[in-house]
Design a protein around this ligand. Structure first.
Ligand code: NAD
Length: 481
């Protein structure tokens, strides 16, 4: 086990009972490394150490937290190429995107370094003479963070950074497919001087570790990003002991292309939204709703550019789109392509591509002449596949955009102020994009959705304080009333 990458438990690097191989989806013969799998006894030990370390951590005060987060941000920036290369190698995002995501993580830690010094509170006049009322925010305590594979450093960063900034301890469970990036992040947090126990890395199987984290009485909150099915299971398990949870789940994000859209802007937004990062973004455009007047010209131009996108190894400079993350995800994407045919769509692209090393490459897919009621237009695929759905007028387009179990991101391409305004008001989504891809967000403002996409308070920006703190109302009588 000497070359196995260890978990971080109670401030010490510890091997697990067994380890898991981490392989490169661009070239599955490339073994990146072995990563320890934590067991449920490790969860208990990490939770115990976290709870024990909390009083001293909180007594250090906010400047110490701000300084720690600043050091973490600086170290991520310094090692951005190394981390980005690991991320591209294990997740399959092309290198520029992977390095960009890494730098985003540094920005997030830096943002919350500032927020640690700006924890909000209120002082109000009481209704009773001589009484003062203050409303303060206190840390939740020990927080579990469960992350998906598609943003291996940005999503952990936007959960771990606010958790630490607001004075909590973190038990971090990364996704099975991306332990390498998580391990580098844990090293950085540890080496930056995070007190032993305040941050734990627990790599391993979600089906084992998730329920253990939820059931542990020392865990006071759980922030999760991942699939709807897992989120629903977490919600059910957490309800047993009323655990505070925050769930970010799937999307089936629409982009409305109006007749009055600027064609190059609309094509660029749809190409980026649907296919960049191999379509493996919860905010990816998976329903392209096109008004009939522009439909044929738009589809012809979009299809030409989509089919010309260069799909290849994540670390190769010429690649515009990397591989699908795993053989299982590729199989599921190919099944969706077949389903689109079975449901009556004309399918462009979508086939498996033979890379030189047997990687999981897939050509971008457009499902033409789709209808919004089809399964391929309602169920999340999470790959480089988008359904193209024609519509007649704005009201119909908006109604179709909203006709989904999800409500994460929604976009419109239009040059009409009236259409843009009506869409901003009418879209039932947590994030609305005008003449921009449905994916791609700022780190200092709230992130999250409506309906089946999200549950609980928003992530990111100042809104993260809602989840990572609890509110205390204090009444004090000065004796003179
Ligand atoms: P997933 O649900 O399979 O896994 C997510 C995490 O949950 C992993 O760490 C996994 O180990 C863990 N897990 C598995 N079973 C568990 C259980 N029973 N209890 C607790 N944890 C458990 O999702 P994924 O395949 O890693 O990620 C893809 C999904 O994530 C997509 O549906 C995508 O839309 C979603 N996603 C959402 C957002 C968002 O912010 N809304 C962002 C990125 C990804």
């Amino acid at each position: 086990m000497s070359d196995t990458h260890c978990n971080l438990i109670a401030g010490r690097w510890r091997p697990g009972a067994h380890a898991r191989e981490n392989r490169n989806p661009s070239d599955p013969s490339d073994l990146i490394g072995l990563y320890a799998c934590a067991g449920i006894e490790d969860v208990a030990e990490a939770a115990e150490a976290a709870a024990a370390a909390l009083p001293a951590w909180q007594a250090q005060g906010t400047q110490a937290r701000a300084d720690l987060l600043d050091r973490i941000a600086a170290a991520i920036d310094t090692r951005a190429v190394e981390i980005g290369t690991m991320l591209a190698r294990e997740e399959g995002k092309i290198l520029p995107e992977a390095i960009g995501e890494t730098r985003r993580a540094a920005q997030i830690f830096r943002f919350y370094a500032g927020e640690a010094l700006r924890i909000p509170g209120e002082a109000l006049a009481s209704t009773r003479p001589g009484v003062e009322v203050t409303v303060t925010r206190e840390p939740l305590g020990v927080v579990a963070v469960i992350a998906p594979w598609n943003f291996p450093i940005a999503i952990p960063a936007w959960k771990i950074a606010p958790a630490l900034a607001y004075g909590n301890a973190v038990l971090f469970k990364p996704a099975e497919l991306v332990p390498g990036t998580a391990h580098l992040l844990a090293q950085i947090i540890h080496d930056a001087g995070c007190p032993p126990g305040i941050f734990a890395l627990l790599m391993g199987q979600g089906v084992d570790l998730g329920p253990a984290l939820i059931a542990d009485p020392r865990v006071a909150g759980l922030s999760f990003t991942g699939s709807v099915a897992t989120g629903q299971r977490i919600a059910r398990d957490a309800a047993v002991r009323m655990l505070k949870i925050q769930l970010e789940m799937g999307g089936k994000n629409p982009m409305l292309v109006m007749d009055d859209a600027d064609l190059p802007t609309a094509i660029a937004a749809c190409l980026n939204g649907a296919f960049f990062s191999t379509g493996q973004r919860c905010t990816a455009t998976s329903r392209i709703l096109v008004q009939r007047g522009i439909h044929d010209a738009f589809v012809e131009a979009l299809a030409a550019q989509a089919m010309a996108l260069r799909v290849g190894p994540a670390l190769e400079a010429s690649s515009q789109i990397g591989p699908v993350v795993s053989a299982a995800q590729l199989g599921s994407n190919l099944a969706s392509v077949q389903l689109a045919r079975d449901e009556g769509c004309e399918v462009l692209g979508g086939e498996r591509l033979n890379g030189p090393e047997g990687g999981y490459f897939q050509r971008p897919a457009l499902f033409l002449s789709a209808r919004n009621g089809m399964r391929v237009a309602q169920e999340e695929i999470f790959g480089p596949c988008a359904a193209v759905i024609p519509f007649d007028d704005f009201d119909e387009g908006l109604a179709l955009a909203n006709d989904s179990a999800f409500g994460l991101s929604a976009g419109i391409c239009t040059t009409s102020l009236r259409h843009a305004g009506a869409f901003r008001r009418g879209a039932r989504a947590g994030m609305v994009m005008v003449n921009l891809p449905t994916a791609g967000v700022d780190h200092h403002v709230p992130f999250g959705g409506t309906k089946g996409s999200s549950h609980g308070s928003r992530e990111q920006g100042r809104h993260a304080v809602e989840f990572y703190t609890t509110v205390k109302t204090t009444y004090a009588f000065d004796g003179a009333g």
